[in-house]
Design a binder for this molecule. Structure first.
Ligand SMILES: Nc1ncnc2c1ncn2[C@@H]1O[C@H](COP(=O)(O)OP(=O)(O)O)[C@@H](O)[C@H]1O
Ligand SMILES: [Mg+2]
Length: 228
């Protein structure tokens, strides 16, 4: 599903900051991989490259067998919309819009009728446990509920790959457990999942842990014990 090879990301001009320093790995379809590493080591940069929100300085990236380098901006946008969902630490919901409108937003570009969009958004909000709260705005929802909206939105265009950058980083531990149960459910249904986390308890739920340091992968491990 994901194949990256020798990916380098330099911020700024030549001699700028090397946030990714030759990253290579592949993630097969259906795998749940956790990405761990100290603050500033390049985790978000990596996820942004994988999420087609940022382009690497060099190296190659294949997403679901499509080579990303050399695509036009429009082609990249289409690929992102068709293949990827992204979940953010700070939810990134539009504050003046309802949960329903936030979930519908990414579908706006996908050529669905208004009725189909609403139907799908209602279904997604029900599946993340927000039935009855569709018309609330983010301010009228708890942190965990906001992240549920974020997850529903990430699923709006039925992605094959879900990228999540510290999705429980702003949540208390009980809420984190609930949000992780949702991710585990998606994984059980076959979703490929790449999740950045600081929490060893969360990483232990993954099939695999990639450890990043100074812009490089320094370890590629299986978690010691798989929880039930
Ligand atoms: N847009 C940017 N411009 C310049 N430097 C950046 C930018 N984004 C991130 N960096 C730098 O790249 C490094 C990696 O950042 P990041 O990927 O956000 O790390 P992490 O998510 O692991 O905390 C940091 O030193 C950060 O300051
Ligand atoms: Mg980060």
């Amino acid at each position: 599903m994901v194949e990256i090879d020798a990916v380098v990301k330099v911020y700024g001009d030549a001699g700028g900051y090397r946030a990714l320093d030759g990253v290579s790995f592949t993630v097969p379809e259906g795998q749940f991989a956790a990405i761990m590493g100290p603050s500033g080591c390049g985790k978000s940069t990596l996820l942004n490259v994988l999420g087609l929100m940022d382009q690497p300085t060099s190296g190659s990236y294949k997403l679901d067998a499509t080579a990303v380098q050399g695509l036009s901006d429009a082609e990249r946008t289409h690929l992102r919309r068709d293949k990827l969902g992204f979940v953010f630490q700070s939810f990134n919901l539009l504050p003046r819009m309802t949960a329903l409108q936030n979930v519908c937003l990414p579908m706006g570009y996908a050529g669905l009728s208004r009725k189909d969009r609403l139907e799908r958004a209602h279904g997604l909000l029900a599946r993340v446990g927000l039935k009855g709260k569709e018309l609330r705005t983010p301010l009228e929802l708890s942190g965990g509920e906001r992240q549920r909206v974020g997850i529903a939105r990430s699923l709006a265009n039925r992605p094959r790959l879900l990228l999540a950058d510290e999705p429980t980083g702003n949540l208390d531990s009980k809420t984190s457990v609930e949000i992780m149960a949702l991710f585990r459910e998606l994984h059980a249904e076959g979703m490929t999942l790449l999740l950045v986390t600081h929490d060893p308890g969360i990483a232990a739920q993954a099939d695999r842990i990639l450890r990043v340091k100074d812009g490089r992968i320094v370890a590629d491990e299986r978690p010691a014990a798989q929880p039930a």
